[in-house]
Write a protein that binds this ligand. Structure first.
Ligand SMILES: *[C@@H]1O[C@H](CO)[C@@H](O)[C@H](O)[C@H]1NC(C)=O
Ligand SMILES: *[C@@H]1O[C@H](CO)[C@@H](O)[C@H](O)[C@H]1NC(C)=O
Length: 528
């Protein structure tokens, strides 16, 4: 997944907003069924479908989940008769081992009286759990032949995104196949319904019905001549785009959805519900107009204001910004200089200015805001200090093999390998010819934006061989030892520089250093 790191960062902010002490154990008067070693088998036999939480009372995430779980149990019990259970693993160790529980909480869905078991991977919120379990209880496609029960079903499922098909008869068999095929694949995410009664049906259509928008029909022409695979892809893409609201909301449960979308995300940080309301018509309009090009979503600045930092912006709200996820480019409006900004300063965000900003962005007339340290006037060692502003120039030097270490000041594994990395650079500096052909550099990833490389942990070492600049960097995966570094550069660099030879040709005293390896079987990284 792209930008995992951003996700972790966001999740951290989100959980701060929620953190409060509560018990992980559901109250006695809730609808959560407490299961134990003795009662589990029986329960499994008696229930076609249920959800079970395996937990430990001390676990923090279990505590956070608890109120959502209790609420979900209530709705699932009262409206759908789907049971939801809890197993305390500190008291039922054997059962938890049998179930292969490795972390808390683990949520498992048991279907067909336990014949089908799968982990619940969705958001740990009431709505997400309820919607997921309801979908599990339905067939891939719910079929109706009379309009009344069809409409009743639509009303009951109105909080879900529904994909509906009106079937018109024999002449549209291909589209019908496509629909069923997609439904089988996406049944965990959407509710699929098929209306088969022919009284009302004028033409075959497949439409996306979302809670807040007008139904929108899939252009069936698209799938007419296509293969089942092609048309299924077309329909899936269509659903992915049309199921999102014109103006969505970003919080812990939707962030991932937006982060994984293929298109840039336009954020609106608002300070109050009133403010959100005020701008809603504008964003609904823009969201509709730029459907498929840009996602628009609101963000509650009182909870997630710190996220502005991720976008290289200051916390001045209301705020509008665009984040190009693929390239990690960020675009934002001119801000009031931090020293002039006080609590009382009113930030003006004109609707016309937002519209203009979006237009300019799409016309590629905006310059991204990049974070960079100042370019150093002198280099302090043989390891070249790279900054955001010089990153591309240095790594894309076509005459040199360039190795760059991406690190963070707080990262322990980075500190541990730093002396070794200096030694590596010192070795190449011993040889005048090698010096001209290789750069050993480092960049502080927390203070500098870099593009065109995905950094998922620190340290990351990337080699950019001389010559063909269009090639992907080669990420170092080996042990963090001098010998292994030298080999890597010799093997993968365009110049094949033999550092071990340089070392051998120079002072024998240096050889001692080779012994100074950091022993590490698996090179670990610190997460961002
Ligand atoms: C539509 O496709 C499904 C799945 O292949 C099939 O079971 C059903 O009979 C089809 N409906 C019609 C009316 O052909
Ligand atoms: C799809 O067809 C049904 C039946 O003809 C109709 O009522 C409905 O409005 C159509 N939906 C769209 C989005 O065109």
């Amino acid at each position: 997944m792209l930008f995992n790191s951003k996700l972790a960062y966001f999740a951290a902010i989100a959980s701060l907003a929620l953190a409060q002490e509560q018990s992980a154990i559901a109250p006695e008067d809730s609808h959560v069924v407490k299961l134990s070693q003795d009662s589990f088998e029986e329960f499994l036999k008696e229930n076609e479908l249920f959800l079970a939480e395996f937990f430990a009372p001390w676990c923090g995430h279990c505590k956070t989940l608890a109120p959502h779980y209790v609420e979900a149990a209530k709705t699932l019990h009262e409206e759908y008769e789907i049971p939801i259970a809890q197993i305390d693993c500190t008291e039922n160790q054997e059962l938890c081992m049998e179930q292969g529980i490795r972390g808390y909480p683990t949520l498992k869905v048991f279907k067909k009286n336990g014949e089908l078991v799968s982990d619940y991977q969705g958001q740990r919120s009431k709505d997400a759990i309820v919607q997921f379990m309801v979908k599990q209880s339905l067939p891939a496609v719910s079929e109706f032949t009379d309009l009344e029960s069809f409409n009743e079903f639509l009303t009951k499922q109105k909080d879900n995104v529904i994909i509906s098909q009106y079937f018109a008869g024999e002449d549209s068999k291909q589209l019908n196949e496509t629909f069923y095929n997609v439904a089988e694949n996406l049944r965990d995410e959407y509710v699929f319904v098929n209306y088969l009664g022919d009284d009302e049906v004028k033409s075959h259509n497949i439409s996306v019905l979302t809670p807040s928008q007008d139904p929108i029909a899939f252009d069936s022409e698209v799938s007419e001549d296509a293969s089942l695979k092609e048309s299924s892809e077309a329909l899936s893409d269509f659903i992915a785009v049309e199921s999102k609201p014109y103006f969505g909301e970003i919080d812990g449960s939707t962030y991932e959805l937006y982060m994984n979308a293929d298109i840039p995300l336009a954020y609106f940080f608002y300070q109050s519900e009133d403010e959100r309301e005020q701008y809603l018509p504008l964003f609904n309009k823009l969201g509709k107009e730029y459907r498929g090009k840009l996602n628009f979503a609101g963000l509650d600045a009182s909870k997630y204001g710190k996220h502005a930092e991720n976008l290289n912006l200051q916390e001045q709200f209301p705020l509008f910004a665009i984040h190009e996820l693929e390239s990690n480019l960020k675009f934002g409006p001119e801000q009031i200089p931090a020293e002039e900004f006080t609590e009382e300063t009113v930030v003006e965000l004109k609707e016309s200015a937002i519209e203009e900003f979006v237009e300019k962005y799409l016309n590629k007339e905006l310059t991204p805001i990049t974070k960079s340290e100042e370019i150093p006037e002198v280099q302090e060692s043989n390891v070249i200090k790279v900054v955001g502003k010089t990153h591309d120039e240095i790594r894309f030097d076509e005459n040199k093999d360039v190795l760059i270490k991406y690190y963070a000041p707080w990262c322990g594994h980075c500190k541990k390998m730093a002396p070794l990395y200096e030694t590596l650079a010192d070795i190449y500096a011993l040889d005048d010819e090698a010096k001209e052909k290789i750069t050993i550099g480092k960049i502080d990833g927390t203070l500098n934006d870099v593009f065109g490389i995905e950094i998922t942990g620190y340290p990351t070492l990337a080699l950019y061989p001389a010559g063909d600049l269009s090639k992907e960097p080669i990420i170092y995966q080996g042990k963090r030892t001098l010998e292994s570094f030298l080999d890597f550069i010799k093997e993968n660099g365009a110049h094949g520089i033999d550092g071990a030879q340089i070392l051998a040709d120079n002072t024998p005293v240096e050889e001692e250093e080779v012994e100074e390896e950091i022993e590490e079987e698996v090179p670990e990284q610190d997460e961002l």
